[in-house]
Design a protein around this ligand. Structure first.
Ligand SMILES: Cc1ncc(C[n+]2csc(CCOP(=O)(O)OP(=O)(O)O)c2C)c(N)n1
Ligand SMILES: [Mg+2]
Length: 317
């Protein structure tokens, strides 16, 4: 990536970071109820996804989905309004863990591993349509231990489905450390099915972009599955409000060097990007997020009478 690309990626990541920080504040203020999972620290994965997705591609994500939704092109105001329990993307019936956007071809689910076979269904349709589109299934490192993931890898390989498995390896499943739950190297797990796997530092924008580029190329050109495992650090608790008592002392502080936003900012400065250009990007990102949330907060709260709308296909409303 050249300096202009890097600056653009920086702005994309910063918007995502500011978006999620605002969501975190809305949990504290009581605007958002229920469990909220933020991907702060995972932004480079979202940014790389955004660079490689094409119109017609689909993304199926997890309980930690906002960065992938933004990358897939979900309207940020619709997304923010949905999270704020207002009349947003899914009229406040999806909430942050069950987002669904048929236009952007994005969905997520809070049931760990359940999205992966659904993604295979999307990829099956895409392979029948033969239009060169693909589906990305995002999962966490813990999710890689779910049986449905292996079944899907097998089926995707047998049916040569255009599917990219993307694992965000943040080293934890809630409070359980990866070493205590997960054997072997995650990116090699596809090998048994003949699925090429790429491991990378998912906090380094060049490395994640290159890994994603290779995987997407294999899947798009050869119509066959691929796997990317991006190592990242989760800076917030598993959910907002998690007491976060399970990490060894000093781990989070040491990981600050792997904060992808800070890292890229420093790299841009070291590479000679003038501070003024960075400041412009920073104020554009901050203005955009302020605007999105102001619009989202003007959306109405759904009325009680609409509670049963959109429950069954073809029903009223
Ligand atoms: C089938 C199922 N089992 C357990 C849970 C509870 N749960 C929610 S997130 C999570 C951990 C997921 O870890 P990982 O896949 O590494 O994703 P991360 O939260 O680290 O992004 C668990 C066990 C669930 N939602 N669904
Ligand atoms: Mg994890």
């Amino acid at each position: 990536m050249n300096a202009d690309d890097l600056l653009e990626v920086f702005e994309v990541m910063l918007r995502a970071r500011l978006f999620e920080e605002e969501v975190g504040r809305a949990v504290v203020s009581g605007e958002i109820h229920g469990e909220m999972h933020l991907g702060i620290g995972h932004e480079a994965v979202g940014a790389a996804l955004g660079r490689h997705l094409r119109p017609g591609d689909a993304v199926v994500s997890t309980h930690r989905a906002h960065l992938h939704a933004l990358a897939a092109g979900v309207d940020p105001v619709e997304l923010a309004a949905e999270l704020l329990e207002r009349d947003g993307l899914n009229h406040a019936k999806g909430g942050h863990m069950h987002l669904f956007d048929p236009v952007a071809r994005f969905m997520c689910t809070g049931i760990v591993g359940a999205g992966v076979p659904i993604a295979a269904g999307y990829a099956l349709v895409q392979s029948l349509q033969a239009a060169g589109a693909l589906t990305v299934a995002v999962m966490g490192d813990g999710t890689m231990n779910q049986g449905a993931v292996f079944e899907t890898m097998n089926l995707a390989a047998v049916r040569a489905l255009p599917m990219v498995f993307v694992c965000e390896d943040n080293g934890y499943s809630i409070s359980v450390r990866r070493e205590d739950s997960t054997a072997g190297e995650l990116h090699r797990r596809g090998a048994a099915f003949g699925i090429p796997g790429f491991a990378c530092d998912g906090t380094d924008v060049d490395r994640i972009d290159a890994a994603m580029g290779e995987a997407f190329e294999i899947t798009r050109k050869k119509s066959r599955p691929s796997l990317v495992v991006a190592s990242v650090y989760r800076f917030r608790g598993h959910y907002e409000g998690d007491l976060d008592l399970y990490r060894p002392a000093g781990e989070k502080e040491a990981a600050l060097a792997r904060d992808p936003v800070r890292r890229l900012r420093q790299r841009l400065l070291d590479g000679g990007t003038p501070l003024a250009r960075l400041a412009e990007a920073e104020s554009r990102a901050s203005d955009a997020v302020t605007r999105w949330f102001a619009s989202a907060r003007r959306r109405p709260v759904p009325r009680r009478e609409t509670a049963t709308d959109h429950v069954f296909v073809g029903a009223d409303g």
